[in-house]
Write a protein that binds this ligand. Structure first.
Ligand SMILES: [Zn+2]
Ligand SMILES: [Zn+2]
Length: 286
């Protein structure tokens, strides 16, 4: 049946797996400086971008969401900060999931992975995980070799863009391909300026290798979003220097029909289903 609550192409899912052709499913298990983990699936296989919450918490949240961990075929690591790597070692060992990481990121991380599950990737070279295509590209952040990714499948492209100091041409170009994106909106500039962080930390956060402010993210979104974008999930919000309601209100004013959601530092999001509308000949039934 067609979800009566969601007449658009993006639907709240109540069960999983199910089959909706020409779709990808995405969710944030957690998002913020306390842990990042993003899930993208075509229904048959899934990848995690970062594994920054514990294995136990990853299992708990996926179970609550109705997402089978058995279809996770790979974990991709954006950079070595522990909010992106904390659960990777245990999760990958327990479920025998390959971890894709650059050599410099791995050397600078605390991960100790068995050789058979340690995989590498390079910027600009797509990695195919079943029918999913993961595209890595470099970004500006205070880490050894930071990357972001887009994940494509079933004619749908999803971007994961967090921990970004400045908007470079790579980020802009990749966002312009996306049907949906997790986009960092880390801090409100006034809240950071007037807040209690020491000066050096404020400078690090707003520096060229820090994080995107709400207004930087908004400028990226409004300048480079494509016509086919359906969903924006604002991500990696600061606990001290931002507020979910503030960010949602700001972006909703400029949404232009695109659904705006905010990923939480405390709980998982809903599972979103994003449909390739150009390929769908009739409304997708769930
Ligand atoms: Zn981070
Ligand atoms: Zn980071």
């Amino acid at each position: 049946m067609i979800c009566p609550a969601c007449p658009t192409s993006i639907k709240r899912t109540d069960f999983f797996p199910f089959f909706a052709p020409m779709s990808l499913y995405l969710a944030a298990l957690n998002s913020g400086s306390n842990g990042n983990c993003y899930y993208i699936s075509n229904g048959a296989e899934a990848v995690l971008i970062d594994a920054g919450i514990s294995c136990r918490e990853t299992e708990r949240r996926m179970m609550r969401m109705g997402l089978p961990i058995g279809i996770v075929r790979a974990i991709f690591i954006t950079h070595e900060h522990t909010d992106h790597t904390r659960g990777a070692e245990v999760l990958s060992r327990k479920y025998n999931i390959p971890v894709y990481v650059t050599p410099a990121t791995y050397r600078n991380s605390r991960m100790n992975l068995a050789p058979e599950i340690l995989k590498h990737f390079s910027a600009g070279i797509p990695v195919y995980i079943g029918d999913l295509c993961v595209n890595p590209f470099p970004k500006q952040h205070d880490a050894a070799e930071p990357h972001s990714f887009t994940v494509s499948g079933n004619g749908v492209t999803v971007g994961i863009f967090t921990d970004i100091g400045i908007v470079c041409e790579h980020v802009a170009q990749h966002l312009s391909q996306c049907h949906a994106a997790f986009l960092e909106a880390n801090y409100d500039e006034q809240m950071l300026e007037n807040g209690g962080y020491p000066y050096y930390l404020k400078q690090r956060i707003r520096g060229m290798e820090g994080h995107l402010s709400n207004t930087q993210a908004l400028d990226l979104f409004t300048t480079h979003r494509p016509q086919h974008m359906q969903l924006l999930v604002l991500s990696h919000l600061s606990a001290e220097n931002n507020h979910p309601g503030l960010v949602h209100e700001l972006f909703s004013r400029h949404a232009n029909g695109i659904k705006i959601a905010v990923a939480s530092r405390h709980v998982e999001t809903e599972v979103f289903c994003v449909v390739n509308l150009h390929a769908a000949t009739s409304p997708v039934s769930l």
